[in-house]
Design a protein around this ligand. Structure first.
Ligand SMILES: NC(=O)c1ccc[n+]([C@@H]2O[C@H](COP(=O)([O-])OP(=O)(O)OC[C@H]3O[C@@H](n4cnc5c(N)ncnc54)[C@H](O)[C@@H]3O)[C@@H](O)[C@H]2O)c1
Length: 370
């Protein structure tokens, strides 16, 4: 059994607790939270601790899972690594690229398993698209359109002091909600190199960050993407990614493979020459077995299932000494991509992701709120 200390027992911490407790490879032995009642509610007073060092002194722990506000992730991860523990960090890796890059360098050869939650990389639909793009079945990747058109009401932003702040949330619709989609774009299309963006705060108040951001992106391969992330799309639509190549395309909508077409198959040959017509030759069902495809809009169970799949991967990496599917470097690239969007929107010009990764403009923040 892999013994787990969970740090941060709020909304997503409770969800991790469920995924861990349902998983045969893990045992939850300590709950850590700055607010005692949150840790006690999760695991009882005997197993509740105020700080990570206290928990590590009192309990035998193999893995530390960090579910605290985003701007605290690296400090806690460093404590866990220095104590010799494996670490799982909720997304995003942190809000500060310089701090995150330093940690990535320090921890590179530590010998423990370090992974960052990006549960949608484990959805059958995402796996099917990644497999197809990386295996060349879409020919040359040419472009993508990614939209996160969600709604968060004002109560959501008012529900925690850290929400909607640059220091601890690191951004709004893109850093908090859209980072999953940004990460999938990087996974499907490779390194983003150049970003041009605009951002605004349009439907909320008392927050510092954006509730709508639009960007165009150039990838190292030459592929282009359009990215929109908003928490101001009432009543809340879907997270959707279209990936296009010279020999195939796919659409993922709310984690489901809505459309898939690759030319190098019998069905593809039959529809050769068809242009436009988004439903031509849809091979989605064959590509992702029906049993693996969530049947409808994402429910609570599917949400736990997605994390559970990533825990399978973490368990495999810990027990075999292998690499986790989502590395610190993967998450650092996604973080730098998101920061490049913000820096571009703040400066009103094109920004290179490499410059952000190398520490340029760490303190540039959009000024949107009060
Ligand atoms: N993967 C996903 O789909 C997903 C979904 C929601 C949230 N998240 C991420 O999870 C993190 C937490 O989000 P949340 O919505 O659960 O927030 P939350 O405010 O509900 O919970 C955070 C908890 O951390 C505690 N805390 C704060 N600082 C602490 C510290 N230094 N030590 C110990 N405990 C501390 C708070 O008291 C609170 O209980 C964020 O980084 C967020 O981006 C990921």
């Amino acid at each position: 059994m892999i013994r787990v200390a969970l740090v941060g027992c709020g909304v997503i911490g409770r969800h991790h607790a469920r995924a861990i407790e349902e998983h045969p490879a893990f045992e939850l032995v300590a709950a850590v939270d700055a607010v005692a009642s949150n840790a006690i509610a999760l695991l009882g007073a005997d197993n509740a601790f105020a700080t990570l060092p206290e928990a590590l002194r009192e309990r035998e722990v193999d893995l530390v899972v960090i579910c605290t506000p985003s701007g605290t992730h690296i400090d806690l991860a460093r404590q866990a690594v220095q104590a010799g523990k494996h670490v799982v960090i909720e997304k995003p890796l942190d809000v500060d690229v310089t701090r995150a890059a330093e940690f990535a360098r320090e921890a590179r050869d530590c010998g423990q398993v370090l992974s960052v939650i990006s549960q949608h990389r484990f959805d059958p639909a995402s796996l099917a698209v990644a497999r197809a793009v990386h295996g060349g079945r879409f020919g040359r990747p040419t472009s993508a359109v990614a939209t996160v058109a969600w709604w968060r009401d004002q109560d959501y932003y008012d529900s925690g002091d850290w929400r909607g702040t640059w220091r601890l949330d690191g951004g709004g619709a893109l850093m908090n909600q859209g980072v999953h989609t940004a990460d999938l774009l990087c996974w499907f299309l490779g390194r983003p190199v150049e970003v041009q963006a605009s951002a605004a705060l349009l439907a909320h108040e008392r927050v510092e960050v954006e509730d709508a951001v639009a960007a165009t992106v150039v990838f190292e391969s030459g592929a282009l993407a359009v990215l929109l992330a908003t928490t101001a799309a009432y009543p809340g639509l879907s997270a959707r990614i279209q990936v296009h190549g010279s020999e195939g395309s796919a659409i993922i909508d709310n984690d489901r493979l809505e459309y898939f077409h690759a030319k190098a198959s019998a069905a593809g040959d039959a529809t050769r020459g068809v242009t436009g017509g988004a439903v031509a030759g849809n091979q989605a069902e064959a590509e992702v077995g029906l049993a693996e495809t969530p049947a409808g809009p994402r429910g609570d169970h599917d949400f736990v299932l997605a994390h559970r799949r990533q825990y399978d991967d973490v368990a495999r990496a810990i027990t075999t000494g292998g690499r986790p599917a989502v590395s610190i470097e993967d998450a650092l690239l996604s973080l730098a991509f998101v920061r490049a969007v913000y820096v571009s929107a703040a400066l009103g010009r094109r920004v290179l992701v490499a410059d952000v990764l190398n520490g340029a403009n760490p303190d540039v923040h959009l000024s949107l709120g009060p």
